[in-house]
Design a protein around this ligand. Structure first.
Ligand code: HEM
Length: 465
């Protein structure tokens, strides 16, 4: 037997998933319960579930039975087919092993000062009394951090040039039109569509280049430019000696698999873009939500400030003090419980499997729903209430709380992101007092595959310390 199926046409379901994801998930859960089937055009049906037992089976299943690649195919045109997000089974295990060392908890200390510096560069620009959108500022900080720590770029002309390129590329990549196209077209067709935009398009007597009106054509050209740069940069590093460098890309260039083989240049390019795409927007969005909630809860803000004062006094937070900010950690966890950037994670069954009470056929995608599970009233009392205390001194079940996904595919950047967010948040608390500059309720909107605050959280600096 299969779970209840949403009876709407597949195109309408896709439209709702893209344009009103929260209402769609909530209404469907109210109507059909904790597990229900959804259907998008050109895709196998999939099961969205908030049942912890099914989620446990998904996260503890064997890699050869549960593939992620088909679920992430919408991102292939940007991240490339060698991306960790798209690889499965043995290829994924091999690549993940090579990519893990730069993301180990201890490595973070080496990036701490650079992260703090990036936060300060942006905070320095804020003027007392002048409203601004927080999300953009956080994007600026997290992009800066990725460029320095992952790509190993240092401030200067090239840095600014590539910052500009990456911003445009990421904005186009998360354009809803590109997302819809990627979901509707099989990957080979999408790649073909992208290649259409690589050269200017002229129709008959029309002199203007028509491709500049197509978001995917613009994306394609930008990616070409980014790729050219990345390959040249890798060659340059090899010539100059990559061994001395500490950034993630340089470490990946030196990584070897069990047979002593390095990653190919194409794989290095794909993984670098993957880390940029997966690590920049996610972190900026979570920080925006966290600050948005904290500004609505003066008691939480006061407690955060007190904790910071006890740990670091009035000095900037030292990288090794980060682990002592337990209340800040709980605040970020609570933010990710209520407002997870990825609403669901997915796996496609490679053979028929029994999950919970359901007999599921091969080819079906099972999607543990982060958003609905983390708001179940039986697991999370008063689920709508923002209450960081619920995480203090407690470990939650990985099948009831999983904003970073789970099992062998859990986010490789989790330690990086949680460390980075604590550094940025602490620096912000230490240096400024913000207040919200809007009365309107901030709604959840989609940015690419993530859920972000619509309008970006308008704030104003009340005072500086
Ligand atoms: C608050 C910040 C972040 C959140 C909420 C987040 C969330 C996630 C989620 C939900 C997944 C899918 C896991 C699954 O399918 O089970 C994922 C995968 C991934 N994330 Fe993150 N992420 C964040 C930051 C980062 C950062 C900073 C990086 C790297 C710099 C990163 C790199 C990746 C990669 C490479 C994967 C694919 C892992 C694999 O398939 O083996 N993420 N992330």
């Amino acid at each position: 037997m299969l779970p209840p199926r949403i009876p709407q046409p597949s195109l309408l379901q896709l439209h709702q998933w893209v344009y009103r994801p929260i209402q769609f998930m909530e209404e469907s859960a109210r109507r059909y319960g904790e597990s229900f089937m959804m259907q998008f055009p050109n895709a196998p049906p999939f099961l969205l579930t908030s049942n912890p037992e099914v989620i446990r089976q998904v996260f503890t299943g064997k890699p050869e039975d549960l593939y992620v690649g088909p679920v992430n195919r919408v991102m292939e045109s940007m991240v490339g087919k060698n991306s960790l997000l798209l690889l499965d089974d043995q290829e994924h295990i091999r690549e993940r092993r090579m990519m893990t060392p730069p993301f180990h908890g201890e490595r973070m200390l080496a990036y701490g000062l650079s992260m703090r510096e990036s936060a300060n560069r942006v905070i320095d620009r804020w003027t007392v009394g002048k409203p601004f959108t927080l999300h953009e500022q956080f994007q600026d900080i997290t992009l800066d951090i990725i460029l320095k720590t992952v790509f190993g770029l240092t401030q200067g002309e090239t840095f600014e040039h590539f910052r500009e390129l990456f911003i445009r590329m990421l904005n186009l990549g998360s354009h809803n039109a590109v997302l819809l196209m990627s979901a509707l077209l099989p990957p080979e067709r999408m790649l073909k569509l992208l290649s259409v935009g690589r050269e200017p398009i002229h129709l008959g007597p029309v002199k203007a280049d028509l491709s500049r009106f197509l978001p995917w054509a613009q994306l394609s050209r930008l990616m070409k430019e980014v790729d050219t740069y990345l390959y040249a940069e890798m060659d340059r590093r090899r010539a100059e000696g990559v061994e001395k460098r500490e950034d993630v890309l340089s470490m990946l260039m030196q990584a070897r698999d069990e047979d002593g083989q390095p990653m190919s240049d194409q794989a290095l390019r794909d993984e670098a873009i993957t880390l940029l795409a997966a690590g920049h927007e996610t972190t900026a969005t979570t920080l925006s939500w966290a600050l948005h909630r904290v500004l609505q809860h003066p008691d939480v803000e006061a407690r955060l400030r007190e904790e910071l004062r006890q740990v670091a006094g009035t000095e900037p937070l030292a990288p090794e003090q980060v682990s002592r900010l337990e209340y800040l950690d709980a605040t970020l966890k609570e933010t990710l419980r209520l407002l997870p950037v990825a609403p669901a994670v997915g796996r496609v069954l490679q053979r028929p499997m029994k999950m919970g009470e359901w007999e599921l056929p091969a080819g079906m995608a099972v999607m543990p729903c982060v958003y609905l599970t983390q708001r179940r009233p039986d697991l999370w009392p008063e689920p709508e209430r923002f209450n960081p205390e619920r995480f203090l001194g407690k470990r939650s079940s990985p099948y009831e709380y999983f904003p970073f996904g789970g099992g062998a595919r859990r986010c490789i950047g989790m330690a990086f992101a949680t460390y980075e967010m604590r550094i940025i948040f602490a620096e912000l608390l230490r240096r400024v007092k913000l207040r919200s500059a809007t009365r309107a309720e901030t709604r959840v909107g989609r940015r690419g595959v993530t859920l972000a605050p619509e309008g970006g959280v308008l704030v104003v600096v009340e005072s500086r310390s």
